[in-house]
Write a protein that binds this ligand. Structure first.
Ligand code: F6R
Length: 609
């Protein structure tokens, strides 16, 4: 939610800010702006709409300078408009902000009472006025920012410039992500790593309530008590080209096609084939630590929550431990039963989702052991958890999650194998077989990707439909939810996912000749039951798009379209079923002309509640 960026160094700031904001645009894209100090004067350029509109404005009205901040917005307080776009200026202070200032109304009232006038409807503008107020009171720039932050309640990642102190960039965070890129004689601040990968891979992760005071040749980081803190520089091993489209029309398509490699990267170096064992560096869960665990709770949001639902099937079946799954937004509000015998698993691509982070805090407070499954090195979730399993999907730029999801499933599969060994519920022989199947998986995903043109054709035939139903059973029921979510996000078509067995309890009322039903069919104990559902849909003239985990010529004749998947073990079928559903949503979005990489109203990383 919202991307912020800042630069100080020897190069022209404007092109660097625009380039970095482009890479952060997936975090928000309803308006954008920059502020640059040019010959001692603060110049602000802001525009409503996509970043290209800001670029057009800057082409007409260029701005030079070697220090600047920028912002791409996802509106929380105040509608998308130029007036509400960041940066927000008050006197000689300008601020970009990601997060929510919860007490902004009372602060605004107090400031207005003192004669401050506001131009926007945002919470952020309060902060620029507060800082300016402390400067009026005689504090220096650094102390004014620190004092203003002390008045805030809520979350923030900020970049601040002052016309009176034109050689300094100040950055701070609390519950919203912020990193500092360490270049040669230059520094960047950014919400996320891809924004600065072209310039440096050396990064400092700011912690909550830390503030960085950055000048051309120096950086100082302080804690809330104003004490200087020494921070580690982390080397990021993502390459800049991973964050480019690389010849694909959209990031989403590129990321769908990156899945075979992302899956390999997620299990590579972690499997001991002959022993049937998993080798972890970072999980930090020794058998001794796992001994007291009686229950697992998996918490996540959106697509990651679908991964969590599948994790429950995997872990309960193979490890025989009860698993409960919760949405991050619900968990802490239902006073969950958690204690030191609970293992809490947080799944989050970004590692910054506010609701999942709040669940982590809730679980820790109650004594749970915690593991994050995350794609982002050094993210808040990772740093707050006892252990981490990284998905090595590489940067995911498309707003709709694709490769992050399938690699989360791989991580859960590896975790299942690990727990199965520790709890002695999966034999060594079975583990070896399960690892063999995992090794075959990337080729099977490639095989499905070769069906792209067939799925494109199906998408062309059904793109005009107004509603879709997705049905799956057992471990693939969450894939029905995921297929429906992907279609909704990318194409804005109404879609619902259901466990197939529930169809008769309501959704069948929706079925008519206009309604495509995507049915996920597996050759297991539910096979006959799902065939029954297919007949019921046909009897009501519904259109059936069948995806099967085996070749079934008879089914081809019954249904309107079919895709066959290669065979694997049940726990890995969700990964294979996901691929055609991603392509279906992608191509329907493309045919409808939607902005598939940045669908309306969405943002990649939901850092506010
Ligand atoms: C859907 C999607 C979202 C995210 C959700 C959680 O395509 O991307 O539903 O899965 O916002 O995000 P993370 O995994 O970063 O916590």
């Amino acid at each position: 939610m919202c991307g912020i960026l800042g630069y100080i160094g020897g190069r022209e700031a404007t092109p660097l800010l625009l380039d970095g904001l482009k890479r952060l645009e997936y975090r928000g894209y309803d308006s954008s702006g920059i502020a640059v100090i040019s010959e001692g004067k603060l110049i602000v350029r802001r525009s409503m709409g996509k970043l290209s509109q800001l670029e057009t404005l800057i082409e007409k009205e260029p701005v030079d300078g070697k220090i600047g901040i920028g912002h791409t917005r996802w509106a929380t307080h105040g509608r998308p408009s130029e007036m509400n776009a960041h940066p927000h200026k008050a006197g000689k202070i300008v601020v970009v902000h990601n997060g929510i200032i919860e007490n902004y109304l009372s602060l605004k009232e107090m400031l207005m009472g003192e004669g401050h006038t506001f131009k926007s409807e945002t919470d952020t503008e309060v902060l620029s006025h507060l800082i300016q107020r402390y400067i009026f009171k005689g504090k220096n720039f650094e102390e004014a920012v620190r004092s203003a932050l002390e008045d805030l309640q809520g979350s923030y990642a900020i970049g601040v410039l002052s016309e009176s102190d034109p050689g300094k960039l100040i950055a701070a965070r609390n519950e919203s992500p912020l990193i500092i890129g360490m270049g040669v004689d230059e520094f960047f601040i950014a919400s996320d790593v891809p924004a600065i990968l072209n310039h440096t891979r050396d990064v400092i992760f700011l912690d909550d309530e830390e503030m960085a005071i950055i000048s051309r040749g120096d950086i100082k980081i302080t804690d809330p008590k104003r004490k200087e803190v020494k921070k580690n520089i982390v080397k990021i091993n993502w390459s800049p080209t991973q964050a480019e489209k690389g010849g694909y029309r959209h990031f989403m398509l590129k990321e769908i096609f990156e899945q075979p490699q992302a899956i390999i990267d997620t299990f590579r170096g972690r499997i001991l084939k002959e022993k049937g064992e998993i080798y972890w560096e970072e999980i930090n869960l020794s058998p001794r630590k796992l001994e007291p665990i009686k229950k697992i709770a998996i918490i996540a949001c959106g697509t990651s929550w679908h991964a969590a639902l599948i994790g429950k099937f995997m872990i309960e079946e193979f490890c025989r431990i009860p698993v409960e799954v919760d949405l991050g937004s619900e968990y802490r509000y239902r006073d969950p039963i958690v204690n030191h015998q609970t293992l809490l698993i947080l799944i989050s691509q970004s590692g910054e989702t506010a609701d999942t982070l709040a669940s982590l805090r809730e679980g820790k407070k109650k004594g749970a052991s915690t593991i994050a499954i995350s794609n982002v090195v050094g993210s808040s979730m990772v740093r707050g958890s006892d252990g981490v399993i990284y998905t090595h999907a590489g940067p995911e730029i498309g707003v709709a999650s694709t490769k992050a999801f399938t690699t989360q499933l791989v991580a859960l599969y590896l975790l299942t194998l690990h727990l199965g060994k520790v709890f002695n519920t999966i034999s060594a022989e079975k583990r070896r077989m399960m690892i063999q199947e995992l090794i075959r998986l990337p080729h099977q995903v490639e095989e499905i990707l070769r069906e792209e043109s067939k799925i494109e054709e199906i998408a062309r035939n059904y793109m005009k439909c107004n509603d879709f139903l997705y049905l799956g059973r057992g471990i693939n029921y969450p894939i029905a939810l995921e297929g429906a979510l992907k279609l909704k996000e990318i194409s804005y078509i109404h879609a619902e996912g259901y466990p197939a067995g529930e169809m008769k309890h309501g959704p069948i009322a929706l079925v008519d000749e206009e309604m495509p039903v995507v049915v996920l069919i597996t050759r297991d104990k539910t096979y006959r039951k799902v065939l029954g559902n297919v007949e019921e849909i046909k009897a009501r003239k519904g259109k059936i798009l069948a995806i099967l985990d085996h070749r079934d010529e008879g089914m081809m004749e019954k249904v309107d379209a079919s895709v066959f998947l290669p065979g694997t073990n049940a726990a890995l079928t969700p990964i294979l079923f996901t691929i055609p559903l991603q392509l279906l949503a992608y191509y329907i979005g493309v045919f409808k002309g939607t902005d598939v990489d940045q669908p309306r109203n969405l943002a990649k990383s939901v850092t506010v509640e």
